[in-house]
Design a protein around this ligand. Structure first.
Ligand code: NBP
Length: 498
């Protein structure tokens, strides 16, 4: 081994950091690690990192001194205040030209602030989304680095080496300047929220309307994983549904409390969608569903006073409603189509939000490349991402994924399943906000005539907000009240003279 000091360092040895460090070392990049709680570093070096090229430091000055400039320091600490706390201590020890990579789930605006602050001291700051959980970190995550291009170029050999590999190449690409890497990771997580909610709703229809047990539903998901829905989350769902609780002997899902948590990224996605007027109703529905699930005490109380529909029958009726004359196979085919359709709609929403952010922040995002790096390593990896990759490669200016000819065909072929699933769910009183929102997005997009004309009229009536007309140019306001109202609506520019 050479005496040269390594360039690479990693701070934060919780589940992500410790696995990412092992991945970096395994791929031929020796590194130094540091954790605020020194005991953790000691246990790591004696345990998982024993007999690797990983060395440790007990203090930040020792850590920095052990690295060769230009240093490449990866932070894997909790997002938010901890990142600033580490930077406050770390940055005075660094030299101009050093690179700091934040691999946590930081808010993209925080990343932009930190990048600007560090740039004043000549330090290059890269906000990098890392997806794939602990196994991804260890064996190959999907990496979404954003920030100064020249910093990415320095990091690229290591990032290419540690990233997941698929038939489409290593799951890393330069995302763009500023906080774009963390923004793309945020949207990835938002899409993940949507996927999980849509899967959960499909499970609920099978459980509640079709009366199926968890292991029976597991078999359906396992089968679907061999078809167009093939994806990590479908595979995980089948495994989770099969898992038996040792203590009770029951499927573990049946003893897990139905109150889901959410961290920041889902909420941030919605906030950004609102800010950019680029709606993501399915992600919105998913985050809202988690929040509603958390109101468990209220739900228990409401279940005693609020009346649902009387189901039109048992499982046979539910199967007939879903699949028509085709029996059980038809019912499962309808549910599979429904889930696929909803997923396509949800991804169309997420990709549109990325496109809107790219324009607003001048990031020049390559949506085809982003879909490509999501084909492996990350939680939303799915066969379907290859279709998205192809759609944006064929037409980088595609205004909405649903307008791609092949995606439009797939949506048209599967939308019937979503309509039938929603009707069945409604008849049994099963909430399906994600599936419904996915269909509503589709049905809204394909309308030439929405009832927003009435909304505009109402707004003009009580607030003089004005409106446009379908039959001539200009901005109009109607004098809705009183005898002085003219027969004709009045262009606003002439109102002063009225
Ligand atoms: P956590 O998010 O649980 O963070 C724990 C780490 O942060 C520990 O090393 C802890 O040090 C350190 N830390 C904290 Br907390 N406050 C600190 C401070 N003031 N100064 C220095 N260090 C501090 O770890 P994680 O789950 O490994 O996630 C790391 C990042 O990766 C997060 O941003 C997370 O959102 C993101 N992420 C996680 C996953 C996942 O599956 N878990 C997936 C993708 C991305 P200590 O040992 O001294 O307390």
């Amino acid at each position: 081994m050479s005496d040269a000091k390594p360039h690479v360092g990693l701070i934060g040895l919780a589940v992500m950091g410790e696995n990412l460090a092992l991945n970096i070392a395994r791929n031929g990049f020796p590194l130094v690690v540091y954790n605020r709680t020194t005991l953790r570093t000691e246990e790591y070096l004696a345990g998982p990192a024993a007999n690797t090229s990983i060395t440790g430091a007990a203090t930040l000055p020792e850590f920095v001194a052990a690295l060769e400039p230009p240093r490449q320091i990866i932070l894997m600490v909790k997002a938010g205040v901890p990142v600033d706390a580490v930077l406050t201590e770390l940055v005075p020890l660094l030299d101009p030209g050093d690179i700091v990579v934040d691999g946590g789930n930081s808010y993209f605006r925080d990343t932009e602030r930190r990048e600007a602050e560090l740039a004043r001291q000549g330090i290059r700051y890269v906000g990098m989304g890392v997806s794939g959980g602990e196994l991804g970190a260890l064996w190959g995550p999907s990496l979404m680095p954003g920030g100064p291009r020249e910093a990415y170029d320095v990091l690229e050999p290591m990032l290419m080496a540690i990233a997941a590999k698929t038939r489409y190449g290593p799951c890393v690409t330069y995302i763009g300047p500023g906080g774009s890497g963390h923004y793309v990771k945020m949207i990835h997580n938002g899409i993940e929220y949507g996927d999980m909610q849509l899967i959960a709703e499909t499970y609920d229809i099978m459980r509640t309307a079709l009366g199926m047990s968890a292991p029976e539903i597991a078999e359906v998901f396992a089968r679907w994983n061999g078809g167009k829905l093939a994806s990590y989350l479908i595979e995980v769902t089948a495994e989770v549904l099969r898992f038996v609780d040792e203590e009770t002997g029951r499927p573990i899902v049946d003893v897990i409390l139905d109150a889901a948590e959410q961290k920041g990224t889902g909420r941030w996605t919605i906030e950004s969608a609102m800010e950019l007027s680029s709606p993501v109703p399915t992600i919105d529905a998913a985050v809202t569903a988690r929040n509603l699930s958390g109101l468990r005490a209220l739900r228990v109380e409401a279940s005693e006073v609020l009346i649902g529909p009387t189901p039109p029958g048992g499982a046979d009726e539910a199967r007939a409603m879903l699949g028509g004359d085709s029996g059980a196979d038809g019912a499962f085919a309808a549910l599979e189509s429904s889930l696929y359709f909803s997923k396509v709609s949800s991804y169309a929403q997420g990709m549109s939000l990325l496109a809107a952010a790219s324009i607003t922040y001048d990031w020049k995002l390559n949506l085809s490349e982003i879909a490509r790096i999501w084909t492996g390593g990350c939680i939303i990896r799915a066969d379907f991402l290859a279709d998205i990759m192809r759609a944006y490669r064929d037409n980088p200016k595609l205004t909405n994924l649903l307008l791609d000819a092949d995606i439009a065909r797939q949506s048209d072929e599967t939308v019937g399943g979503a309509r039938r699933s929603i009707v069945a769910a409604r008849s049994w009183g099963i909430p399906v906000p994600g599936t419904s929102s996915a269909l509503d997005y589709f049905d809204t997009l394909r309308q030439i005539s929405l009832p927003a004309n009435l909304v505009q009229a109402q707004r003009d009536y009580f607030g003089a907000h004005t409106y446009l007309r379908t039959d001539r140019d200009g901005i109009f306001h109607t004098l809705w009240h009183g005898a002085e109202q003219p027969a004709e609506p009045v262009p606003v520019q002439e109102l002063a003279d009225v």
